[in-house]
Write a protein that binds this ligand. Structure first.
Ligand SMILES: [Zn+2]
Length: 381
């Protein structure tokens, strides 16, 4: 039996794979950090033979939980691994966490099977999708900067309106939900219906699909190649080059609207939040966000408005986080944090796939509706 993770976005360390009934693994932390949760590897071995996997150091990740989450089930409870024979269709596996190690098991129908925390978004798929978008009429593509290791920070621009709308994703590379979401959103914008046309005539849309390409190629959970959590870099005088590139591009255009796409290991629902409690916040900014929520819910039942901030909204917003920094720097903007789940959702659960690339894609298609409504609201005389 062979276990491989030495491909881009792969992640796992083999302790012992001599017995398919007792495969012992570890998940290495992101370079220079204690962040760990993402795993992604390929197994070649006989079909029809039970494989039992143990990730021995799973509990190491629990040192770094977000504050006030004690009442929430942590990331190893209910966030099943997914398996795929073709890299396209991913299904959930049974699993168990014993307080220290994470175990799961599988009887594969094929010799080669992929296992991961959530469906990976292959770099070649990203490259092909960017090419397809850039070839569409009215779309421009540019590199707004370079990553720590010299990769392009890509930006797509579409639309012709005076408003400046932004969507960014993948500051945290393992949160691939954002990539599937953006495919859904951009596909709808490239073959526009009435909502898409309304958005693109009222606004110019800037999309940065992958803020952290180095982290993704390395198979990191949260950090860039220098071990920096990019979503804690925004208020720095000299931030990481990935954040500097996006921040500088936003300074050039201004921001009327921004959606920052993330995923949360612990939540069992889709969550969005406006940049409340930044110094520039005024209560009047709450209403446009609530309208945005209602319009999104009408367009897709997976968006349920009015969720409370998990663990309680901090009294003082952390301006080193992207969506807060944007909401403060551009006081008239609507700046929204989006968190998609890794776990299955409480409403409309799907035991076979859980929250999936398909659900993320549909959520992204739907977000065009509330964005178009927000653009229309801002365009009113
Ligand atoms: Zn994130």
């Amino acid at each position: 039996m062979k276990i491989e993770a030495d491909f881009p976005t792969g992640r796992v360390e083999v302790v012992d794979a001599s017995d398919p009934g007792d495969i012992r693994l570890r998940v290495p932390a992101d370079t220079g950090t204690d962040f760990l949760c993402w795993y992604n590897f390929r197994v070649t071995g006989p079909a029809g033979v039970l494989r039992r996997f143990t990730i021995e150091n799973a509990s190491d990740s629990l040192k770094l939980r977000l504050p006030n989450r004690e009442n929430q089930a942590h990331q190893w409870l209910g966030a099943g691994p997914v398996a795929s024979a073709d890299g396209e269709n991913w299904t959930r596996l049974a699993h168990h966490f014993d307080g220290r190690a994470f175990r799961f098991w599988h009887v594969p129908r094929h010799e080669v099977t992929h296992y991961a925390k959530f469906a990976p978004y292959p770099p070649e798929r990203e490259a092909a999708f960017l090419d397809r978008c850039a070839a569409a009429p009215g779309v421009t593509r540019e590199a707004i900067g370079q990553s720590t290791e010299g990769r392009r920070i890509e930006m797509l621009r579409l639309g012709s309106g005076p408003l400046n709308f932004w969507v960014i994703a993948r500051q945290h590379p393992s949160e691939t939900q954002g990539a599937f979401f953006l495919e859904g959103m951009l596909e709808r914008l490239l073959t526009p219906d009435a909502d898409a046309r309304a958005l693109l005539s009222a606004a110019t849309l800037q999309v940065v699909p992958n803020v952290n390409p180095d982290g993704w190629m390395r198979g990191h959970t949260r950090a860039n190649a220098d071990g920096l959590n990019l979503n804690r870099e925004w208020s720095a005088d000299n931030p990481a080059p990935e954040v500097a590139a996006v921040r500088d591009a936003m300074e050039r255009t201004g921001v009327d609207f921004c959606l920052d796409c993330h995923a949360d290991n612990e939540l069992e629902y889709v969550f969005a939040w406006a940049s409340e409690n930044v110094p520039a916040w005024t209560p009047a900014r709450r209403q446009p966000f609530e309208l945005f929520e209602r319009n999104w819910a009408k367009a897709n039942p997976d968006y349920i408005p009015g969720r409370a901030y998990p663990g309680g909204c901090p009294a003082e917003a952390d301006l080193s986080m992207g969506w807060n920094w944007i909401g403060n720097r551009f006081p008239d903007s609507l700046s929204i944090l989006l968190e998609q789940p890794f776990k299955d959702v409480q409403e409309r659960p799907d035991p076979l796939t859980g929250w999936s690339p398909q659900r993320a894609h549909a959520l992204g298609r739907a977000v065009v509706v509330p964005m178009a409504a927000e653009a229309a609201r801002r365009s009113e005389p």
